[in-house]
Design a protein around this ligand. Sequence first.
Ligand code: SF4
Ligand code: SF4
Length: 382
Amino acid sequence: MNREFFPTVAIRNAGRTPSRLTKHVDWLVDQFSLLDDMIRPGLTVLIKPDLDCSRSPFDGQTTHPELVAVVGRMLRNRGAKVLVGDSPIVPHGCIESVWKQTGIADVARREKLKLVSFERDGTSPVAVDSRVYYIARPVIEADLIINLPRLRPNQWSYFTGAVWNMLGVMPGFQKGLHFKKSFGSDGIASVVVDVFSIAQPIFTIMDASGFGPLNGNGNRPSLLLASIDSVALDAVVADLAGLDPQMHSTTRLASEAGLGIGWMEAIKVVGPDIGPTGRKALRSQLESKMAWFSRLLIRSVSPLIEMKPQRNADQCSACHTCVKNCPTSALRLGSHGETVYIPQLCICCWRCVASCPSNAISIRQSPMAQQFLDQGRKSCAV
Ligand code: SF4
Ligand code: SF4
């Protein structure tokens, strides 16, 4: 990917007027003339929002659906075929509920954007050093990726940002398995940066407002930030919040890996200064006083979360669709044509569950995982 020597990060105060969102996005896009050459008719462009189970699209946990709508329309006007996809950690089969609940389903219908299920559409393995990641096929096959992260506090690294958002290109519970093996701030950040290195977006617009770009209130900045360099964008967010960007682990590791620029001295910022009040508000959004407690909780609970697929022999028609669809050969045929399961190879992508025509495979879980899944199901029930 071409990078400007000094990457630009553009900032826009999106205000509170929905009708002006298109104007704000146009202004942000206009700051990056490279995009005119890159987004060409006929290309398949995947929009990667940050979707989460939340009660509404306005509670600041998910990329605002109207931002997805405006960006999708801009891409379609340029002749691109537009897909929208994300795989949050939710129980298998819940992604449709997430689409509905976050408002993405409505805007996709209205704007004629195609929603893709990363769980259903298969994966391709990609190795980064000694680790192998199974990445959703629509991501691998897309010509371009547009990243629409939501700025959120994070217990490991102050905030999830532009780099972190690409983690959702790994379907299923794989993220959880990688995290379990890599506990600690830098271990988790290194998984995030590996995945970012596989799925690098050409352009990022971050929804960094208190309650969505259309719902900023007087106390919180209602910001959109954009860049062709996701790492630089995260560095600017850290700087705006009064943090050293190099203290933000994914920014530091991604810049060390040459995936972008993580030093303010080498980044050009255009747009309004959010001022001391905006900086203070942003910092307070990102500072979680209980972060140490959630880290401790996650660290102690995580070993108890176990999930595996389980085949119900009575329902199974021996069609072997699951074997054909298993990306790691954790399911394979034995010498007598029987299905054999090798737990060490299973990455919990749930492709076997999604592909079985007889619904013969369910997810077997430990009691703690059951709790986790029940919570997830409750929060994504519509
Ligand atoms: S896909 Fe379902 S029905 Fe077919 S072999 Fe696998 S478990 Fe059995
Ligand atoms: S057994 Fe199922 S969940 Fe495990 S890797 Fe294969 S398809 Fe994925």
